[in-house]
Ligand binder design. Structure first.
Ligand code: GLP
Length: 261
């Protein structure tokens, strides 16, 4: 795992977006794993800007989102499909037929998990998986005690997640209490992982995920076992890390990061 701390949120966001853009440039038909949540809105705005100003070409890209609320149709403004259409897909030249999320309205939940796994597998796997982290440490909707080997499935959300996300629903009680999510095992199969964490409210959980023990209690900690995971934080989110001098040293000196400093 590599940890990169940027002085402010804008620079953390720009770095995450650049890593995605560079993947698209290097492999135009790449497969991107995408995330939702407030943190990602700025990343998608930046990718939209790169498409408009630098002609970043998404025409051959395929995307697979982490998760979707169970019971919400694609047309529901609270669905993650709707979020992705609004924040990214309508702003870039992607073929919407190449964009995939679990179907929140699927009648057979087991079959839906298997269908989604097959879609990813048949596409050849995910080249770069973008991740945020929930206040309880979840990636996707892999809540505490999710198996670190789990695959795409239906998952009951925790009260903490309900509290975190229901503020985006009107009324808040309209938020579903269950979701389909890629499993931790599904996420760990991605060739590269980029996690973005911003804001002081995430400082405690960021420290647990990055420097704490690998545990199903904080599924984000599974990234410690991934061969190519990068966690990008702004200064505020990095506030409780203990090895910041080392992380800054690596970013300042490793040739891999020369173009990104
Ligand atoms: C949801 C998503 C996660 C995301 C989290 C963080 O729970 N399922 O993938 O990481 O939100 O959201 P925010 O960026 O709004 O803090």
């Amino acid at each position: 795992m590599e940890v990169i701390i940027r002085p402010d949120t804008a620079r953390a966001v720009r770095l995450a977006a650049r890593l995605i853009a560079d993947t698209v440039k290097m492999k135009p038909a790449c497969k991107l794993g995408l995330a939702t949540g407030h943190t990602m809105e700025a990343v998608y705005a930046e990718l939209g800007r790169m498409h408009c100003e630098q002609k970043l070409d998404f025409s051959l890209v395929r995307t697979f989102n982490l998760d979707e609320y169970i019971g919400l149709a694609a047309t529901d403004p609270n669905s993650y499909r709707y979020y992705m259409d609004q924040h990214l897909f309508k702003c870039i030249n992607i073929d919407v037929r190449n964009t995939f999320l679990p179907d929140g309205m699927a009648a057979d939940e087991i079959a839906e998990g298997q269908r989604y796994e097959s879609l990813i597998r048949d596409a050849g796997g995910i080249d770069l998986q973008l991740l945020g982290i929930g206040s309880d440490g979840h990636i996707g909707f892999n809540e505490p005690i999710s198996s670190l080997a789990s695959r795409t499935r239906a998952k009951a959300l925790t009260p903490a997640t309900y509290l975190q996300n229901s503020k985006y629903f009107t009324p808040p009680e309209a938020m579903p209490k269950r979701a389909f999510t890629m499993g931790v095992g599904t996420i760990m199969d991605a060739k590269r992982i980029v996690m973005l964490i911003t804001g002081s409210a995430k400082a405690g959980i960021a420290a647990k995920a990055i420097e704490g023990p690998v545990t199903a209690m904080v599924t984000g900690s599974a990234l410690q076992l991934h061969p190519a995971a990068v966690v990008i934080l702004d200064q505020a989110a990095a506030g409780m890390l203990t090895q910041t001098d080392y992380y800054n040293w690596v970013f300042a000196n490793e040739p891999e990061w020369a173009d990104y400093r």
